[in-house]
Ligand binder design. Structure first.
Ligand SMILES: Cc1cc2nc3c(=O)[nH]c(=O)nc-3n(C[C@H](O)[C@H](O)[C@H](O)COP(=O)(O)O)c2cc1C
Length: 182
């Protein structure tokens, strides 16, 4: 099974990446092949809809990973009550053919003080728009759940991300088993 993990923050040192990397490692422990795409490292051009963008190497990587994936683990920071612009730009390159009948799990890195839910709901709406089957469960990580290197260290946070990866793999396996052959 292949799962695409998307780290959705543009920053060089990022808590969102801490969540994405923890999720990627948890998925590898479940024998999943992880297709890791980090919008802060795999920097995409601004989506313009121009066909020439399909020749960009990073766009090609994004599309090939999304096509091969059986499911998605998508992470984003909350920026001004929404997902990051960098993540939305990446998702704008994709369409429902990449997501239809595939599950997604979501996790958000927020600023604390009850932040994060707006980005979560924003991301859920966009993934629904892409026809992904978004898991009901979801997770918001506050800054206290990371160490100074922005690694996810809080035990409860790690348990919750593990639960999400387990549910994602279970759902992807169920959907794979029942795929209609054309
Ligand atoms: C431009 C900007 C806007 C932000 N807006 C919010 C917000 O609306 N709600 C919130 O909880 N945190 C907000 N934060 C805090 C970030 O969500 C938090 O620091 C998060 O861990 C950043 O993730 P990153 O390090 O992966 O970029 C904002 C941070 C920035 C830089």
């Amino acid at each position: 099974m292949k799962i695409m993990v998307i780290a959705g923050s543009p920053t060089a040192i990022s808590r969102t990446r801490g969540v994405a990397q923890f999720a990627a490692e948890a998925l590898r422990k479940l024998d999943v092949e992880v297709l890791y795409f980090d919008v802060g490292i795999d920097q995409l051009p601004l989506f313009t809809g121009d066909a020439s963008e399909a020749n960009d190497e990073t766009v090609k990587k994004l599309l090939s990973y999304a096509e091969a994936a059986d499911g998605f683990f998508v992470t984003t920071p909350e920026y001004h009550s929404g997902m990051s612009g960098a993540l939305k730009n990446a998702l704008d390159f994709l369409g429902s053919k990449y997501f239809k009948n595939k599950p997604s799990a979501m996790a958000v890195a927020a600023g604390g003080g009850k932040g994060g839910m707006n980005a979560m709901n924003n991301l859920r709406t966009v993934l629904r728009g892409l026809y992904s089957l978004v898991l009901a469960d979801q997770y918001i990580a506050d800054p206290v759940m990371f160490d100074e290197g922005k690694e996810l260290t809080d035990e409860l946070a790690k348990t919750r991300v593990n639960e999400l990866t387990n549910q994602l793999v279970e759902m992807a396996a169920l959907l794979n088993q029942n795929k209609v052959k054309n």
